[in-house]
Write a protein that binds this ligand. Structure first.
Ligand code: NAP
Length: 358
């Protein structure tokens, strides 16, 4: 993932809260050899605390790569019980906890008020007014909300920023790239991988040969979160979210009604020319090309295309006109990379570049 190894003299000390879970493991893999960040601490529940990381994930290491040398022998700390120790040892934590929302809000605020930057994958703080919800290529400018947050809460170093839900990541950037044609109404059906539920085919064999037409809370997030990211002019979104028997990669089948209906050439041109505001910032995890358009009828495919740009890019295709005058298309993104850990790392890189991490 790291194209430009711009070294910094002193790396930012990183802790992972929820390090033993599906998203936590993805952080461990993606941060190996990161030029700016170094994992110094891993934390999870009291059941994992006290074990070495490799002991804590024995028989549940889901990644294709082995556990990095630097992390395998770290002693796992307990997120709450070891709070004082943890906050002294880290500058930033990625929160990949799965707990009840109230508890997560409390934990993340405690860490931030102790001077730690918190970047969360959980939905607990997504609707907190002074917490920015960031999809870096779309609304990096919302990070300035952190100045208000710090003022509101009297924090000097601490902060909280959050990632949106993984289901948005495939279709919203494509609709956003077509913003000049005023998209008014979006109807989306997502086909979501089982890693999005923290599962594998081994831990969830019943999913094989099956689709489940309900994912608790997911449709509401898919419909509402774009409003905070996009702001004024956000199209109305209607979503159906389906769990499918796929290991990684969320696909979306989309229909968009535009006020100024484009032709196919204009659509392809707008996607091709989408100006990535991160280009030129030299962030290690920025994809070379954010959105790829496939002209082939049978692409993107989950298995072939989820790792496009190391899992940080979006792919789309199958643009065709609907009988009702809308445009239909299919889009894909990697849910635990772009939709979770990779997306959160990109936010952290942006925060560093903008001077929020000292
Ligand atoms: P997961 O595999 O279930 O992992 C949950 C983590 O939380 C584990 O490390 C677990 O530690 C820890 N934990 C549970 N109870 C705890 C407690 N009482 N105190 C401290 N730590 C505790 O979940 P996941 O799929 O990685 O998801 C993590 C978060 O990311 C969730 O909020 C999820 O909604 C969000 N998210 C996931 C995806 C995805 O694609 N999977 C995408 C976007 C966002 P132990 O191992 O010790 O129990």
């Amino acid at each position: 993932m790291h194209k430009k190894l711009i070294k910094i003299t002193k790396k930012i000390r990183i802790g992972i809260l929820g390090a033993t879970g599906m998203v936590g493991q993805r952080f461990i893999t993606l941060l190996e050899n990161h030029p700016w960040f170094e994992i110094v601490l891993v934390a999870a529940s009291p059941q994992s605390a006290g074990k070495t990381y490799k002991e804590a994930v024995v028989r549940r290491w889901y990644m294709a790569k082995p556990i990095s040398e630097k992390v395998r022998d770290l002693k796992v700390k307990a997120v709450e019980e070891d709070f004082d120790k943890i906050t002294k040892e880290v500058d930033l934590v990625f929160s990949a906890l799965d707990l009840d929302k109230e508890k997560i809000r409390e934990i993340e605020e405690q860490y931030a008020s102790a001077g730690v930057a918190v970047i969360s994958n959980n939905s607990a703080h997504r609707w907190t007014e002074d917490v920015p919800m960031i999809m870096p290529e779309l609304n990096a400018h919302h990070l300035s909300l952190i100045d208000v947050q710090r003022k509101n809460r009297g924090w000097k170093k601490g902060l909280i920023a959050v990632k949106p839900n993984c289901s948005l990541q495939s279709y919203l950037p494509v609709v956003y790239a077509l913003k000049e044609f005023n998209p008014k109404l979006v109807s989306v059906t997502t086909l979501q991988a089982i890693s999005g539920a923290g599962k594998t085919f081994e831990s969830w064999p019943e999913i094989l040969d099956n689709c489940i037409p309900f994912i608790k809370g997911e449709e509401e997030k898919t419909e509402k979160e774009p409003m905070k990211i996009w702001g004024a002019g956000c199209p109305v979104i209607s979503a159906t979210c389906i769990r499918v028997a796929v290991s990684d990669g969320h696909m979306a089948s989309v229909s968009v009604k535009f006020e100024k209906k484009p032709n196919l050439e204009q659509i392809m041109e707008a996607i091709e020319n989408f100006k990535n505001p991160l280009q030129g910032l030299d962030l290690p995890s920025t994809p070379e090309k954010f959105i790829k358009y496939f002209p082939e009828d049978d692409r993107p495919q989950t298995k072939l295309d989820r790792d496009y740009e190391n899992g940080m890019g979006i792919t789309c295709g199958r643009f065709r006109e609907d009988v009702n005058g809308s445009w239909r298309f299919v889009a894909l993104s990697h849910n635990t990379i772009r939709g979770a850990a990779g997306g959160a790392i990109l936010i952290a890189e942006l925060l560093y570049k903008k001077g929020y991490l000292k």
